[in-house]
Design a protein around this ligand. Structure first.
Ligand SMILES: Cc1cc2nc3c(=O)[nH]c(=O)nc-3n(C[C@H](O)[C@H](O)[C@H](O)COP(=O)(O)O)c2cc1C
Length: 398
């Protein structure tokens, strides 16, 4: 080979993405980078609504720190040339050992909203949880990802007729799992949202409109798509703010969980369990899964760290129910650690929402690429070739 030919193989023009969003997404090497792109892509009140947590935000920061402090214990001399990242979760095989958590108001983060997320979840072979506060109807989510698996997150309102209507919607749209959220008896505004003047559903003040003009792309898309509103609740009637107030139920009791068990023939998961005792109580009334969560640290400040509770809950009820865990997961390594500690599946919220804010559907794809690649790398370097091999010997809390 001539000298000039050798040089031309060395000096290859880099892959250029002409679209600025695409360029930023390609450069995002981890979820933290995606968060930075998101922060610049949307108005501050939108970013803070998603990124923020309750009060001092310690529930969230402690959960993230706990994950970061988990130390891996690898084994060497293992054949990791073939890797199987699939896992059976609540009766169905999926390609990766995690799911996407329910997040309200996806169309506020990006006008493409829930249908975009559902189609990415379908592409990567994992379940997508749709919130009671979703800005797309359950039927439209199902239509956007007809081969996907969808879970419905239920806020169990005081009005039983409303609950029955919501269950019927989930049934009609062929959702196979209900996630009953237990950690939100009341709705309390978060400090960042108060400071930003955020209202749900969003209303624009002079200040927020001025801020929105700094992000014309977000603004234009919202303008074209129209004001996002809660489309699942729409079927139950009333004004948007009235509907939202009605879904939180300070009287929710274990009898309601038992009633729901009888009323819903699909899989039922109790989301927002924060103690071993409560895990036992919900397992006793026949739920299929216990989801350890502090709602991403968005409700009780200084709440227990779900991943710390995980092995204790698995020891107590793991032979009867599947145990899922979320809050504070920002990498594929965190997902692997959660599985090693006994979770059937981990669940991520903000990690994919950062992608959605950063670039709509394409941003969610980027988040999934990052997380799935990190899962593969962590498993191989740990010396395991399938999810089922992961166990407590692979991790320790420092
Ligand atoms: C912006 C936002 C909105 C959320 N909305 C809901 C909701 O409507 N229902 C629900 O059960 N959980 C909701 N959650 C909590 C998530 O389902 C999940 O528990 C949490 O995001 C996990 O923590 P992580 O964000 O650190 O991954 C929301 C979380 C965020 C960040």
């Amino acid at each position: 080979m001539s000298k000039s030919a050798r040089m031309s193989t060395l000096i290859k023009p880099p892959k250029v993405a002409w679209n600025p969003t695409e360029r930023r997404l390609l450069r995002a090497a981890g979820i933290a980078d995606l968060r930075d792109v998101a922060r610049r892509a949307v108005p501050r009140m939108v970013f803070d609504y998603c990124d923020g947590a309750a009060d001092s935000e310690r529930s969230l920061s402690r959960a993230r720190e706990t994950f970061a402090n988990i130390e891996f214990q690898p084994s060497v001399l293992r054949d990791v040339s073939h890797l199987d990242t699939s896992r059976t979760v609540l009766g169905k095989r999926q390609k990766l050992p995690f799911a996407l958590a329910p997040v309200g108001f996806n169309r506020v983060m990006h006008a493409e909203g829930e249908p975009a997320v559902a189609s990415v979840a379908q592409q990567f072979g994992i379940p997508y949880s749709v919130s009671t506060l979703a800005t797309t109807s359950l039927a439209d989510v199902a239509a956007a990802a007809p081969e996907g698996r969808h879970w419905f997150q239920l806020y169990f309102a005081e009005d039983r007729a409303m609950v029955k209507e919501l269950i019927a919607l989930a049934e009609e749209a062929k959702f196979d799992t209900i996630l009953l959220t237990l950690d939100t008896p009341i709705s309390v505004p978060r400090r960042r949202d108060i400071r930003n003047g955020l209202t749900i559903p969003p209303s624009m003040s002079v200040g927020t409109i001025a801020e929105a003009f700094l992000h014309p792309g977000w603004w234009m898309r919202q303008w074209r798509a129209g004001t996002p509103s809660p489309q699942v609740l729409k079927a139950t009637g009333g004004s948007a703010s009235d509907m939202i107030k009605r879904v939180f139920n300070p009287r929710l009791s274990i009898d309601d969980v038992e009633w729901l068990r009888g009323a819903w023939s699909g899989k039922l998961v109790a989301k927002g369990v924060q103690s071993v005792a409560d895990a036992r109580r919900v397992a006793d009334v026949g739920v299929d899964g216990v989801w350890l969560s502090t709602h991403g640290g968005r409700k009780l400040d200084r709440a227990p760290v779900p991943v710390e509770l995980l092995p204790h809950v698995v020891d107590e009820v793991g032979d009867r129910v599947e145990v899922l865990v979320d809050t504070g997961i920002t990498s594929g390594a965190d997902i692997v650690a959660a599985i090693a500690l006994g979770a059937t599946a981990a669940v991520v919220g903000r990690a994919y929402q950062y992608g959605l804010m950063a670039g709509g559907r394409r941003g969610v794809v980027r988040a999934m690429e990052i997380l799935s690649r990190e899962i593969e790398v962590t498993m191989k370097l740990l010396g395991v070739s399938s999810v089922g091999e992961l166990n407590r010997s692979h991790v320790r809390f420092r």
